[in-house]
Design a protein around this ligand. Structure first.
Ligand code: 13P
Length: 336
């Protein structure tokens, strides 16, 4: 087993998933503004540290994706945040893209930037303790989108990023996120997501990526936010598994879904159905941001010093998602 493969397995084995706490300062400011807390470096750290010291971290959270600010912060007793995460037997990771910008000649679409100087930044993050990384390509669905241009340029960037990350002995999370915005059906989401993921792996293979040391972070196959279509969680699971089976090479050890704007319990229920249907060799787990943090953030915002109350909510969500990653969740467990 390669070193990269064992890192990927350590993060995702046994129902463990990833806490995506890598919101940029701009995104985190929006989240904190929405609950009436001022977005200072200390407040951003206080919320995140509250999550990282929760007791379900050890059993449920195999890896935490950090943002540049957080990986360099320390606790009041001078412990670095990567060390704090490692003390919960979890692996520190880092978002390394610098955001999605307007794609020239397809002005309604985006290309993710951050390749310039990446090799040097990766070395610094490795020294700070990171052992895996994240890069998010973002695609929207409409009649003509995602365009061939957006699909090809983002796949190329994801592959160049992955090569540099593996050169630095870290596991790249490859995240091609097809957004839920719009009114398209689940079938359309299936078709476009399949095209996007297929192209990503064409490029990863061209760039000689060790696929056994990659984690894919895709969206689930869902009808769009404004679609009238109602489909069951089982149907979502069937479409999602079919898409992944058809487009992901079997060497890839693990797939960790983003939540993408689904409500917390909805994301858990869909993950559970996906695992009940799982007839692949892939580990199918979670790398949730909002679906792990929303409830905890809301509670915390009422009293930012209520560590116990905030952790109780986070612990419950982490536990529910880890059960779902093994197909062992049920609605009744939510109220226990
Ligand atoms: P959500 O689960 O909130 O979609 O966030 C995951 C993530 O890391 C997006 O890049």
């Amino acid at each position: 087993m390669s070193e990269l493969n064992s890192i990927a397995l350590k993060i995702l084995s046994g129902g463990k998933g990833i806490l995506a706490a890598d919101e940029s300062t701009a995104t985190m400011t929006k989240r904190l503004d929405s609950v009436g807390v001022s977005s200072t470096p200390d407040n951003r750290l206080l919320f995140r540290k509250t999550l990282f010291t929760s007791n379900q971290m050890e059993d449920c959270i195999g890896g935490v994706i950090l943002y540049d600010e957080t990986i360099k912060q320390k606790t009041l007793d001078n412990i670095t945040i990567p060390d704090l995460i490692k003390s919960a037997n979890s692996v520190p990771g880092i978002k390394v893209d610098t955001g999605a910008k307007v794609l020239a000649n397809s002005t309604e679409e985006k290309i993710t930037e951050g390749l310039d100087g990446l090799r040097e930044r990766l070395k610094e993050y490795y020294k700070l303790g990171a052992r895996f990384t994240k890069w998010r390509g973002v695609y929207s669905i409409s009649k003509n989108f995602p365009s061939k241009l957006a699909i090809e340029t983002n796949a190329h960037a994801l592959a160049r990023y992955s090569a540099l990350v593996q050169e630095c002995n870290m596991v790249p999370i490859v995240e091609p996120e097809v957004l839920m915005d719009g009114d398209h059906s689940a079938q359309v989401c299936f078709k476009k997501t399949s095209e996007v993921i297929n192209k990503c792996f064409d490029e990863l293979i061209l760039h000689k990526i060790d696929l056994t040391g990659v984690i894919l972070k895709p969206n689930m196959i869902l009808p769009a936010t404004n679609s009238n279509e109602k489909i069951s969680s089982n149907e979502i699971a069937k479409l999602t598994i079919k898409c992944l089976k058809d487009s992901v090479p079997s060497e890839v050890p693990g797939i960790a879904f983003l939540s993408g704007g689904q409500a917390e319990i909805e994301a858990t229920e869909n993950l559970n159905s996906i695992n009940k249907e799982n007839n692949t060799n892939f580990i199918l787990s979670y790398s949730f941001g909002r679906a792990l943090q929303q409830g905890a953030l809301k509670h915390w915002s009422k009293n930012i010093n209520d560590v116990v109350g905030t952790q109780k909510i986070f612990n419950h969500r982490a536990k529910m998602n880890t059960l779902a990653a093994q197909g062992k969740w049920s609605k009744e467990l939510e109220n226990k």
